[in-house]
Design a protein around this ligand. Sequence first.
Ligand code: SF4
Length: 377
Amino acid sequence: MSASLVAPIGDLADYRCLDNRVLSQRIEAVRQSLGNRLLILGHHYQQDEVIAHSDLRGDSYQLSQMAASSRDCQAIVFCGVHFMAETADMLANRPERLAERDGKRVTVVLPDLAAGCSMADMAAIEQVETAWEDLGEVIDTQDVTPVTYINSAASLKAFCGRHGGIVCTSSNSRTVLEWAFQRTERVLFFPDQHLGRNTALQMGVTNDQMPVWNPYEELGGNSEEALRRSKVLLWQGHCSVHQMFRAEHVQQFRNRIPEIRILVHPECMQEVNDLADVSGSTGKIIQTIQAAPAGSKWAIGTELHLVNRLKHEHPDKEIHFLSPVVCMCATMFRIDLAHLCWSLEHLAAGDPVNVIRVDDETTRWSLIALERMLNCA
Ligand code: SF4
């Protein structure tokens, strides 16, 4: 992809020396020159300066779907984290789409390759494969459906595709677990134990039927008996952002503002989730605030940038951040205007950097797991 450049390309370090006003102008110049051949996606947790330049704003799956349905786009710059860019690459370049474009791939760029996800990193494919083998010594893995949260590496989605499993999001996790239980007795849920536990509890599964699998211990730190009794095996992973919200934060708000409503993401721990008035995905959190009456009071347990944006966009409602400490997605925050401008100008010059490309075999199996989700949700 090439377009007339408005400025010479330098090293990333050169971009870091520029102030935000200059970076914004250069970013907009690239957007103008590439037009609808370029799609900049901004995750809801992204900082405002970056969101201001995005064509679409959404959660990880919404953004990938939007990217996948765009007809003209030749390049996607994903202002999110690594697994999101992988999903966008797989969906935008799935076989039927490639056929429509005569095999021409959509280039997917992550402006900073260090923008990973601490939760996704808590389940490495080698660990999951080892766990599957070890489980097979105790229970029949033919009777286990592996379910991966979309916040996971493509290799894990492919694992699910290969083993009759499926992907879920925070908005369809219950539907996906119901699908799984129609097929098998048990589920292995990774990488987020909290989403798995909070969802399964709503379905009547009890905590003693949900052992946690620690990949660093023999049999995940469980007895054979606990594994045989299990309904949902929960991987010992969590989101470092949502795990910081505590039950005492809920209590403090209720003591201070009795009419407060507590709204949290299901990646929060069970103690927090159980105390909340509403628990739901990023999309549900946004919709709940949009639909709330003027004057209503809310304390929200999710990523700081999103809560601050909701506060700003809904001045008629009283919105608080649930935690007294800063809980932000530090890895997503790595993507700043300097990285965005640097990657965009390289893209425009036909020399893309930080391209995310999932190999064909991983893509094939991941798409199977993603399609199972789409068909059941
Ligand atoms: S908020 Fe949590 S789950 Fe989401 S990208 Fe950041 S670390 Fe990962």
